[in-house]
Design a protein around this ligand. Sequence first.
Ligand code: DGL
Length: 270
Amino acid sequence: MSCDLPIGVFDSGVGGLTVAKEIMKQLPSEQIIYFGDTARVPYGSKSKETVTMYSRQIIRFLLTKDVKAIVIACNTATAFALDTVKEEFNIPIIGVVKPGAKAAAKTTKNGKIGVIGTQGTIASGIYNDVLSGISENLHVYGKACPLFVPLVEEGWIDDPVTREVAARYINELMEKDIDTLVMGCTHYPLLRQVIRQIVGSEIDLVNPAYETARTLRMELMDRGLTSDSKRTCDHMFFVSDGAEKFRNFANTILPCEIIETKDVNIKTFE
Ligand code: DGL
């Protein structure tokens, strides 16, 4: 396999851009092929079977682009599908939950960790499982925040409605004396400022993107797959609906200008 092949990154929508951005920063020589499943977002309220089927279709699509590794830049798809697709496909596949949990375990001092995520991620108990595997002294308090993803996809990042919704969700966790809060959905770092206003300066916010990009770097190094090409922002973006809207939003987040985003009929990748 050639080192110059791209890396596939996918999410239900724009959330995975927070991970793509971190990969661009930490691995500037790598090309990214991004897929946002904007026609079927949100994943957080869907079943394990459905999200696994969606993930399989997206992986099959990314394989047509000759990717050398895949990052599931979505906590819900990681929680529901990572183990299954790792067995089904012969390519390195990395999720965001283990890196996020590892970062949280390193950050906490009092052992009380809050996790906010989609209904699917929180109900799966995956952060609890991974964190209790790291240390039995960690206490995990999860809270599903189902309105966050639609608010982010709508671009209501700095809005009084978003602030009100965030306060209702997060105040409940604040009563648990947590010192660390994991943004356990890749859409949520886009609400970082709103979340910070609610939790104040004493609580550490963990964005799993940083540790995920590090994990990817290690994985590529271990397999001798690290690219050393000079890149000039040749990343490619695909979505299942609303390419123009996605491109405009992505251009407000990413460090380099996306010229084109293409629509893909993802259901055909059975
Ligand atoms: N950004 C995703 C996650 O990390 C999915 C959110 C959704 O589609 O509900 O869970």
